[in-house]
Design a binder for this molecule. Structure first.
Ligand code: MSP
Length: 503
């Protein structure tokens, strides 16, 4: 089966911070996991380069929006690489292929009769690039997100007839109760729709930095429509000479809660207007907070993912984010919390367990995992684990998947404490029991290693190499699937103590 997962495309008006890395890592975990399940995966991320926020930022720096885009797109690309993302393509909305494809789709929306010319009057936030309704805005006509004063805009626009999709959107939500997840976000989107949809600006006449409107070149498309379409246009040119649309569309979108309205209302309506299938689903995550505030460049409370990775490695960051914050909810992160989990969970619970197991198999069994009957308590402990992990990943509940795996890491630690193999090793008559215990530990670690590959791609692989395990697919993530006899490889300490604090 084909599995197409996307991240939002990031504005190039700022540099990447941990909030951006978060969505990219989440999408990468899903992409890697689905590949392990043998799915045909396409994973897309990229940058949003048009519109007002970018124009304003470029002006502030005295450069052109294109120069700003070129400079910052590289940083987002580097960030994806640095967090270990295996994206199949990196889209930039300034790509000429994207721009041409946007024109084509929106021309179709126009030809289908969903566009008309009108006069826009209302509040506009240049930071959100969003038109705000009276109900949304704060006292003093301020933006509910950025709290800055809004601009009263008055201009001739082409409008998209969002209101024409009132019924079809309600129907979509009724037919597919899991279309937006988690449930609270589904409810939020549906209640927004039920308030009654009003038509939205599709074009801007006062901006030049964008995709030109084919039926009226004095306008450019409103940046959100240009941006949303990236998910669709990318497939048409990501592989030169090949159109992947039929193979991979529709997508699963991962988004932050700040951009729910666009994705849960404008986007499906636009696709319907262009006769394109709506996405498979949308998963909405919360905010990473620092000191109880959203981490954001404008608030100046950002953790730089590059610095954390330089000190602890990408895997530790990937682990921490999904362990600390239940994916889907808001949650606080801090460098202290990070170090604590690194030491207590990665270094102690997993790292030490791996070390102990490796050294006992080396010492007592010449580095070959013994062949023995699986210990009954571990067989039942691991029963259904791979299925639970897959089901959680299908629901995009990454933290639940990780929790299920970690429960077993802890069970293995308890098992080693209870069985005390170092004592069994002193007793000749307990050789069979020792075989069983060592096999159980190595096998349990192998299974958790396979399941952790999507979250800790480098470290879990190193663990599997150390255990002499070759298979990486989910099918082999069952306790007892390997029957022993593997020769151990080298094991360097997986999570070494870190001296320096991250900045
Ligand atoms: N360009 C638009 C998205 C267009 S998608 C067709 C945009 N860009 S953004 O760079 O401002 O933010 C993109 C995403 O970054 C958010 O939706 C969210 O996924 C992520 N995050 C940015 N800050 C975040 C946190 N502090 N916490 C979690 N995620 C956050 O909006």
């Amino acid at each position: 089966m084909a599995y197409y997962v996307t991240t939002p495309i990031y504005y190039v008006n700022a540099q990447p911070h941990l909030g951006h890395a978060y969505t990219t890592i989440a999408a990468d975990i899903l992409a890697r996991h689905m590949r392990q399940r043998g799915e045909e995966v396409f994973f897309l991320t990229g940058t949003d380069e048009h519109g007002e926020p970018v124009t304003v930022a470029a002006e502030r720096e005295g450069i052109t929006p294109r120069e700003l885009g070129d400079r910052n797109a590289v940083r987002f690309r580097d960030m994806a690489e640095k967090v270990g993302a295996t994206n199949d393509f990196f889209i930039r909305t300034s790509d000429p292929e994207h721009m041409a494809a946007v024109q084509k789709v929106l021309q179709k929306v126009y030809d289908n009769g969903y566009v008309y010319k009108g006069q826009y009057e209302g509040w506009y936030c240049p930071r959100c690039a969003d038109f705000k309704t009276e109900q949304e805005i704060l006292e003093g006509n301020r933006c509910p997100i950025h709290e800055i004063e809004l601009i009263w805009e008055q201009e001739e626009n082409y409008f998209f007839k969002l209101s024409a999709f009132q019924e079809r959107l309600e129907q979509l939500y009724a037919d597919r109760p899991e279309w937006v997840r988690p449930q609270n976000r589904y409810n939020e989107a549906l209640s927004f729709i039920k308030q009654g949809l009003i038509d939205v600006s599709l074009t801007r006449a006062t901006l030049r930095w964008g995709v030109e409107v084919p039926w009226d070149p004095s306008h450019v498309f409103y940046v959100w429509f240009d941006a949303l379409l990236n998910y669709y246009t990318a497939l048409s040119y990501a592989r030169p000479g090949e159109d992947l649309t039929d193979r991979f569309w529709p997508a699963v979108h991962l988004i932050g809660k700040d951009i729910l309205k666009f994705h849960a209302t404008y986007w499906p309506a636009l696709l319907m207007a262009a006769d394109i299938e709506v996405p498979k689903g949308e998963y909405v995550h919360g905010y990473l907070l620092m000191n109880d505030q959203k981490m954001s460049k404008s608030l100046g409370n950002v953790i730089d993912p590059f610095e954390v990775i330089d000190v602890f490695g990408a895997d530790a960051l990937r682990f921490y984010l999904f362990r600390e914050v239940a994916f889907g909810q808001d949650g606080s992160v801090s460098t202290e919390g990070f170090e604590q989990r690194y030491t207590s969970e990665l270094a102690n619970e997993l790292g030490n367990l791996a070390n102990r197991t490796h050294s006992m198999v080396s010492k007592y069994r010449d580095g070959v995992v013994p062949q023995a009957d699986p210990p009954a308590e571990l067989t039942s402990e691991f029963d259904g684990l791979a299925e639970d992990v897959c089901a959680a990943m299908d629901r995009t509940e990454i933290s639940s998947a990780l929790e299920a795996i970690w429960k077993r890491v802890r069970a293995l630690n308890r098992f080693v404490q209870e069985q005390e193999p170092w004592k069994l090793a002193k007793d000749e008559s307990a050789a069979g029991q020792l075989d069983q215990v060592l096999y159980g530990l190595a096998e349990g670690l192998r299974v958790t290693g396979v399941l952790l590959l999507s979250i800790l791609p480098e470290k879990a692989d190193r663990l599997l190499v150390a255990l002499g395990a070759e298979e990486r697919s989910i099918e082999c993530a069952h306790f007892g699937a390997a029957s022993g006899g593997a020769t151990l490889g080298e094991l360097e300490q997986l999570f070494p103590r870190v001296e320096r604090e991250p900045a």
